[in-house]
Design a binder for this molecule. Sequence first.
Ligand code: GUN
Length: 285
Amino acid sequence: MSAQIIDGKAVAAEIREQIGRDVAEFSAQSGVTPHLAAILVGDDPASAVYVRNKQRACENAGILSTLHRLPPETTQADLLDLIATLNADGDVHGILVQLPLPSQIDEQTVLDAVTPLKDVDCFHAENVGLMVQGRPRFLPCTPHGVQQLLIAAGTQVAGAHAVVLGRSEIVGKPMGMMLVQRGAAADATVTICHSRTKNLAEITRQADILIAAIGKANFVTADMVKPGAVVIDVGINRVDDKLVGDVDFEAVKEVASAITPVPGGVGPMTIAMLLRNTLTAAQLR
Ligand code: GUN
């Protein structure tokens, strides 16, 4: 039997509409329009598209967005200066530094420089620490989007064995931490796998919920998936000008009970959760 296809585009559209209503209510009460400042360094075409999509989503939700576009040869000092200016600007509520950054810039130094109160990506150590302790200020956008998809799909997460493939700071690590928290779309038993994991397929076959975030096209094959598992594909890989996920979608959908497509799965959810964090940042000011 073919899996339920989890329509991230539709779920994200509904969440964005709700955020739009929440923004309108907040702005009417406070007289403040939430404002996201996005920084794009260099001319990576994929990053430019992601940032444009984020800006468009902001505008549709009533959130002001400004783009700071810097040339590829920008120095770390110049980027840190801009971040300091935006940190101090009372009219800016959220700051997003689009990754990756050019090689002359140390990503960690830059992300550490964003004031935690405007850190809408939830990359800062203070915000990651608060999240891990179960008292989040912001939630990281992609893992939060995955949780919302699990809720929308009606997945039983409490008590389930969730296997996360990948230990990146953006997705894998925070995803595991969030699934192990108490609460909605959480309370799972979590295994995080990575490039040094032994007997990977043996572990993935135990997953009730399998989340792939390793950045390898079609890596998860049907024999790695337990029949009836829920499979969430975070990967976005370009193969012959086509976007494919980390999961061999056509084969795995015949084994899984529910699966996200690429595109149209997790991607739109990341943007919706960014909007939520930007509103939260404006409310915190
Ligand atoms: N590059 C890829 N994903 C992300 C993300 O979630 N946030 C930022 N800032 N850059 C990214």
